[in-house]
Write a protein that binds this ligand. Structure first.
Ligand code: IPE
Ligand code: IPE
Ligand code: MG
Length: 245
């Protein structure tokens, strides 16, 4: 008997949540209103992933380059992230979500770091969904920091440089606890990675939609999943038997 072929569901989805500012501008609202609306879209995406059996969701919330924005916007984004995770952590925990901050912790405020320490410890044993929040994240910074950690181990004699391979390297990235993403969604229409998961996305399927992040709902997420299900992932190989060349 032939098994029914189910469309594959990605086990790790990464999202560049872009377009909050434009969403607000279109409505003649200040940019921060777009960021606030973006939090609602994020809460919905977390619920969606859990419901659809996606194991890991990694979201780009603040890049190392976003510090160059006007001070009021940066301050707003810092407060919004603090407020959001302070308010939502109990609910996320009840839902079985494990939260992890992926990013450079060295330049975040003590209050944000304390909040994340608590959130990560509280949710460490949860298995329904891993939510990686890329905050003060930049891929180059992440790769440089991994190189620095490995170099320090080599210099102290703890590590033989010949033992460094891509698996060991990935174990020194902020995302060491997660597999590489299967699907990367970018909202807001820009065709670039903006320093997000440069290492991890080597063979990730990329889906870009013009929809602005605050408007990204279940229907939009389903559209991204259907597009993913139609992709043929080859990882450098030739097509499988029976498929057209
Ligand atoms: C993404 O939305 C959120 C962050 C970068 C924090 P933007 O603020 O970049 O929105 P646009 O791209 O200006 O519309
Ligand atoms: C990427 O969006 C960063 C986040 C979504 C947090 P940006 O708006 O910062 O990216 P660019 O400037 O358009 O490349
Ligand atoms: Mg943007």
């Amino acid at each position: 008997m032939e098994m029914e072929q189910h469309a594959p569901i990605p086990s790790h989805v990464a999202i560049i949540m872009d377009g909050n500012g434009r969403w607000a501008q279109k409505r003649s609202l200040p940019r921060f209103m777009g960021h606030r609306k973006g939090v609602a879209a994020l809460k919905n995406a977390v619920r969606f992933c859990k419901h659809r059996g996606i194991a890991t969701l990694t979201v780009y919330a603040f890049s190392t380059e976003n510090w160059a924005r006007p001070e009021e916007e940066v301050n707003y984004l810092m407060r919004l992230m603090h407020e959001t995770f302070f308010t939502e952590i109990d609910e996320l925990d009840r839902e079985g979500v494990r939260v992890v901050l992926v990013g450079d912790r060295s330049s975040l405020s003590p209050s944000i770091l304390a909040l994340w320490d608590r959130a990560e410890t509280k949710t460490a044993g949860n298995t329904a969904l891993v939510l990686n929040v890329a905050f003060n994240y930049g891929s180059r910074n992440e790769i440089v920091s991994a190189a620095r950690k490995l170099a320090a181990k080599a210099a102290s004699g703890e590590l033989n440089p010949d033992a460094i391979d891509d698996i060991l390297f990935a174990q020194h990235l902020y995302t060491s606890h997660s597999p590489d993403p299967d699907l990367l969604i970018r909202t807001g229409g820009e065709l670039r990675l903006s320093n997000f998961l440069l290492w991890q996305a080597a063979y990730t399927e990329i889906y870009v939609t013009d929809t602005l992040w605050p408007d990204f709902d279940d229907q939009e997420f389903e559209a991204a999943l259907s597009a993913y299900a139609r992709r043929e992932r080859r990882f450098g190989r030739v097509p499988q038997k029976g498929q057209k060349i």
